[in-house]
Design a protein. Sequence first.
Length: 202
Amino acid sequence: MDDEKLNVEDKGEFERRMLSFDIKKTSKDILIDQDVDYLILDFIDERFPLLKVGEAILTKSNYLVSTRFWNELDKSDVIEISRDEEASFELWSNSFLNLLSSLEDKKIILHKAFWADKFKNHDEDTILSFDEDRLDIVKRNNKFLSRLYDFVEKTCENLSIVEVDKDKRWSDFAHKWGVDYFHFGKEYYIELSEKLEAVIRR
């Protein structure tokens, strides 16, 4: 695998590294090797379609489809799997169980992160609901996330859960990473850090 094919102009090293982990399937070993007190999980990025490429499964991220690796890939051998398909959940749940079996006695904190259904208008300092079309997108994705979180709660024994109050779950249009359903205001992250600290201090 030529890592040069994963470079995208004007994109950061983090995204390239995450794609490399996905292709080479190294994330599991990295997590297992970490000498940490807690492993914090959330699934807010579980929103892209999956791709079956031969026997491999990849995430069809925006970054992936911008790479030379993708442009040179033989698409006749690629099958796209929507997140709405049951096959997507089956692949995810089986992979999670595989990961869980390797984590041994590591303590897990589940951050139940969901998409925001409202946004902050900084000009008027008000919190407003998204329009109906956007709300439909939010509801569909949050339903999928709820299914993932429910699965983890049922299968993990050594688990602590944190969830930020819904009143603080709004999209911040002034966020440094741009506008999105899961780029929240600083109030969200303050409460999250407080709840994480409370779990760790127990």
